[in-house]
Design a protein around this ligand. Structure first.
Ligand SMILES: *Cc1c(COP(=O)(O)O)cnc(C)c1O
Length: 243
């Protein structure tokens, strides 16, 4: 991606595309929030986005986020979007306002236990595996239906909705069937179990507009805002540096 385009300009382009997708699908402004995925990018880039008006950021590694968050002005809000390793839960809880990728019952039980110990009440999304062959993490739809009552009984957790990461597709349109299936699963759970699952976290740089047309409320966009990540990692420098 060209360096001649600033983060602020890219954010504006994306907000325009978000609004266009909302208009096309008869949805209202404000029904989708952009999660700017800052993994591998330095805190300076996050601060630049913050100054351009973006307040919500997504990270997918707890150690990286733990080092980065204190280096960004405090009005930034953070979501955890990655696979949450069970031994990182305690560190993650105070950092993030929403955990997108809770992907199995064991992790949910661990979050419940640790949240009770830490007097936390985390908000979570359940990750759904929509392509059995190619995806490692997530609840299979049938497993989610059979485990939802146990999940709902974990009283420290607020389950706010579902999340998916479909396999990469050549065309954005090819992601649509996955987004439809996530929405239909959400609707089925809401109806059968009489619960509210307001959030659908789906759509990334290449397909967020299609996801919005299918009901996304949170889109997770990295590359289209911060540029290419290939070969990049960010680590804090100097004393206190870790990982
Ligand atoms: C990295 C990441 C994204 C952002 O992907 P882009 O294609 O760079 O927009 C979204 N969701 C998850 C879970 C990610 O790990």
């Amino acid at each position: 991606m060209s360096n001649e385009t600033s983060i602020a300009q890219r954010l504006e382009t994306i907000q325009t595309a978000i609004q266009a997708a909302l208009d096309r699908s008869g949805r209202k402004a404000g029904e989708v929030e952009l999660v700017a995925v800052s993994k591998t990018h330095p805190p300076e880039s996050v601060t630049e986005a913050l100054q351009a008006g973006q307040t919500l950021f997504g990270e997918s590694r707890v150690q990286e986020a733990r080092a980065k968050i204190p280096l960004v002005p405090g009005r930034a809000r953070w979501h955890f979007i990655g696979h949450l390793q069970r031994n990182k839960i305690r560190q993650a809880l105070p950092l993030f306002e929403l955990l997108h990728g809770v992907d199995c019952i064991e992790t949910a039980r661990d979050i419940q236990r640790i949240a009770a110990e830490e007097s936390q009440r985390p908000a979570i999304l359940l990750e759904v595996k929509l392509a059995e062959e190619s995806q490692k993490f997530g609840f299979a739809p049938d497993a989610l239906i059979s485990q939802i009552e146990e999940l709902l009984a974990l009283d420290r957790l607020t389950i706010e909705g579902l999340m998916c990461i479909p396999p990469p597709q050549p065309k954005s349109e090819d992601s649509r069937p996955y987004f439809v299936r996530l929405r239909e699963l959400r609707d089925r759970l809401q109806n059968e179990f009489r619960i509210g699952l307001p959030h659908l976290s789906m759509g990334m740089s290449s397909d967020f507009a299609v996801a919005i047309e299918e009901g996304a409320t949170l889109v997770r966009v990295g590359t289209a805002i911060f540029g290419d990540r290939s070969g990049k990692t960010w680590r804090p420098t100097g004393p206190g540096g870790e990982e």
